[in-house]
Design a protein around this ligand. Structure first.
Ligand SMILES: Cc1ncc(COP(=O)(O)O)c(C=O)c1O
Length: 446
């Protein structure tokens, strides 16, 4: 049998044989990592790093969980795979559990393998249920890399993709740089009111749904004012359009509630999830629909024409059930809220000490630090066009890694989102390192 030799250069090997994600292959200089536990991961030399962004804002339970591992092994010893035409206990139980923990009358789920697939299912369900085709999404958004999901996406990754027709873009809810040139609260939240105008101009009879990240994630942690989501719910009700919440990043306690939409008591018609659903230990996506939509597909003649070989995968469903139990047993939603308040306070203090910190925004353990060269002009360090180029924010992430802390950067914002198990002393360590690393940007301020 072919055996990899332990002394091989695995970085070179991966670089040669494995494509990456969203990168110029020739610039990829990764760290080889081998182990993870709690809020930390280790590289191949045994050096330990504090994970201050939960990898891709997904390792909500930290990097190891004996309980989840036990559930995985128990299920693997019974049944590893079943065609989705069979029923399995893990899928049935997970469906019931999600109906229980999601808001309102969200009831029936479809299980896929990740966020993009969860959104593909949402697109299809919305179109089948309404009989309409157009979908509204916003520019600063990311919904996944597959055709439908990337078409919904409005961020710079869309510039390299051919999506699908039928997507209409709405203005962002980005108070720090309002696309309508207004200021909250005098703006009357024109950005959401304009969605009403879009629906009317596109034709209510042709718009199936509005898709939003409740707090925009990888486009800068954009938190809407409290009136935004309730008003969007009203508009969707009035115009008979579905409200679709992409909670792939914001779900499972990340913002201090099970689901972000709960901050505003808003129940979407469809909700997509992934990432924290399994604590990212194993892939799984879910799309949950309200009772009225479930009922529609229960009627004779209404075909649910969607599926994947790995839909309702029993191993993944069993892991998700165990992960959800971990959130409950360890009070992690509460911890996210409590530690989130500490993190938010510390980040706002950083703003006072650093000229380059333009804006600090977030909820729970989901925070963004946006950097500017000048606070008055708000000139960014990195523009959308420069997302994939070497830039100051990438330098800051590298400097933080040199001090043993992993921090994700996206365009012009650093994302601070530690695992939900984080403790105050770990927040302090992360902030200390960030404090030092941001000096790189301070030096470039005008
Ligand atoms: C809000 C949101 N939706 C969808 C996705 C896509 O998820 P996946 O990468 O699992 O396909 C992401 C990924 O980061 C996301 O942040």
């Amino acid at each position: 049998m072919f055996k990899l030799k332990e002394d091989r250069d695995y970085v070179a090997l991966e670089k040669k044989y494995v494509f990456g994600t969203w990168r110029y292959e020739y610039t990829w200089k990764p760290l080889l990592i081998e182990e993870g536990k709690g809020c930390y991961f280790k590289d191949f030399k045994g050096k330990r790093y504090l994970d201050f962004s939960s990898q891709l804002m997904c390792s909500n339970l930290g990097h190891r969980s004996p309980k989840v591992l036990e559930a995985l092994s128990e299920q693997a010893n019974k049944l590893c795979y079943a065609a989705p035409s069979f029923a399995t206990k893990p899928a049935a139980k997970l469906g019931e559990k999600l109906a229980d923990i999601t808001p309102g009358d969200l009831q029936k789920s479809f299980f896929s393998l990740g966020g993009a697939e969860a959104n593909e299912a949402a697109i299809k369900i919305a179109r089948l249920y309404t009989g309409k085709t157009k979908l509204i999404s916003r520019y600063r958004s990311y919904h996944g890399a597959t055709s439908g999901a990337i078409a919904l996406t409005g961020d710079p990754r869309t510039h390299y993709a051919i999506g699908m027709p039928g997507i209409v873009r709405a203005p962002d809810c980005y108070c720090y740089r309002c696309p309508l040139g207004k200021e909250y609260p005098g703006c009357g939240i024109s950005c959401v009111e304009y969605i009403d105008e879009i629906i009317r101009m596109e034709g209510e009879q042709s718009v199936a749904g509005v898709v939003v990240e409740p707090i925009v994630g990888s486009n800068g942690i954009l938190v809407p004012p409290d009136e935004y989501m309730p008003r969007l719910r009203e508009i969707c009700n009035e115009r008979d359009v579905l409200l679709i919440a992409d909670e792939v990043m914001t779900g499972f306690g990340r913002t201090g509630k099970w689901f972000c939409m709960e901050h505003w008591d808003v129940v979407p018609d469809l909700m997509s999830m992934a990432k924290g659903l399994t604590g990212a230990f194993i892939p799984l996506g879910a799309t949950i629909a309200r009772k009225k939509i479930a009922k529609f597909f229960d009627q004779e003649g209404n075909l649910f024409c969607h599926g994947h070989t790995y839909a309702m995968h029993p191993l993944c469903c069993a892991v998700a059930l165990a992960a959800i139990q971990e959130y409950i047993d360890k009070n992690l939603i509460e911890n996210a809220s409590k530690m989130g308040a500490v993190l938010g306070k510390r980040l706002n203090e950083l703003k006072e000490d650093h000229a380059s910190v333009g804006d600090v925004r977030g909820k729970g353990l989901f925070w963004g630090v946006e950097l500017v060269k000048n606070r008055k002009t708000k000139e960014p360090f990195v523009t959308r066009r420069e997302k994939f180029q070497p830039n100051t924010l990438k330098k800051i992430s590298v400097a933080a890694m040199e001090r043993d802390v992993y921090i994700v950067n996206v365009i012009n914002t650093l994302i601070i989102a530690p695992p939900l198990i984080v403790k105050e002393e770990q927040i302090d360590k992360g902030i200390q390192v960030l404090d030092k690393a941001i000096e790189i940007a301070d030096k470039e301020c005008k």
